[in-house]
Design a protein around this ligand. Structure first.
Ligand code: ATR
Length: 291
């Protein structure tokens, strides 16, 4: 840990719960590696105290905050400014100190964008399948539209939730990009080159042997698969993608890069590839992950 002095800037995480967050490991290591006089703590904040916490943080000269469940929407009510993509998504996970308050960003989504780049996956002009229609799916749908996906096929068990996301994204981009479907109807897909992004909670530890779609004919149609889950490190979804000889990625890099993006915003720097690799190793060690 950095030696804490009178000059040390404070950043932190608000949410509930926060005790087991990996973010302190990411940011305190980044501070040390980048030679930045900054310390990162977690702050458990109750639902009715989100506004008070953000105002208090500003008053205490806190440099920046991450925001996690369940406050990512609520926090938007007390911000000075919001990045347009985060505003459209309707969720903020990073607050950057500006004159008179904080500006909100969604680095979860910037994180996935960088993970895809790392994997050499370019969404532009591609047909994308998203499985699930929760908070992650909503953000990823916006990302795909923002990155110029040709079509996004949004599959969910509760089709109404997919319809709401599709309406929000298509309304925002004034174009029919996202098409909502019942997950039972995946066999209607006729292409064979889809990028599939798995956002449901199916397959999360301890249900390591489940995938939201198990049929092989679905996986035959994919060019690559990304699971936002990172525990287990290789989900059943990823194994089914790989069984077709196609690359599959988990959510670890997304987690890493959301932290990197927040740190860069707070400190107005670019973290180097070498520093990112070191933090990634430390993050995995802390999570007990061997890849
Ligand atoms: P997050 O905010 O992390 O995206 P979430 O909002 O809890 O998570 O969303 C979970 C997603 O997993 C939803 O799309 C959910 O489907 P429903 O909208 O129909 O509830 C999906 N999901 C969870 N369990 C599922 C299951 N057994 N079969 C199919 N989908 C499932």
């Amino acid at each position: 840990m950095t030696e804490i002095k009178g000059t040390t800037k404070v950043c932190g995480l608000i949410g509930n719960p926060v005790a087991h967050s990996i973010s302190p490991v990411i940011h305190n290591n980044l501070a040390k590696l980048c030679g930045i006089d900054l310390v990162y703590e977690t702050f458990k904040v109750e639902n009715d105290l989100v506004a008070a916490a953000v105002r208090g943080a500003y008053a205490l000269n806190i440099q920046g905050l991450n925001v996690t469940v369940p406050h990512k929407q609520k926090v938007m009510e007390v911000l000075k400014d919001i990045d347009p993509l985060a505003e459209a998504i309707g969720a903020v996970n990073t607050l950057v100190r500006v004159d008179g308050g904080y500006k909100g960003y969604n680095t979860d989504i910037l994180g996935l964008g960088r993970e895809l780049e790392d994997a050499g996956i370019d969404i532009y002009g591609r047909d994308v399948i998203i499985l699930g229609a929760g908070g992650a799916s909503r953000a990823i749908s916006f990302l795909c539209a923002d990155k110029g996906a040709k079509n996004v096929y949004l599959f969910n068990r509760t089709v109404e939730k997919a319809e709401l996301i599709a309406a929000a994204v298509n309304g925002h981009f004034k174009k029919d990009i996202v098409a909502p479907h019942n997950i039972k109807d995946y066999s209607a897909l006729t292409g064979n080159d889809y990028i599939a992004i798995q956002t449901t909670s199916v397959g999360l530890h301890p249900n390591d042997d489940e995938a939201v779609i198990e049929a092989q004919d679905f996986y035959e149609k994919l060019a690559a698969g990304v699971d936002v889950i990172y525990n287990p490190v290789k989900t059943k979804f990823m194994r089914l993608v790989e069984a077709q000889g196609k690359p599959a990625y988990n959510g670890l890099k997304m987690l890493l890069y959301q932290g990197i993006a927040s740190f860069e915003l707070w400190n107005n720097i670019t973290v180097s590839k070498e520093q990112i690799d070191i933090v990634y190793d430390r993050m995995k060690r802390e999570l007990g992950i061997v890849e």
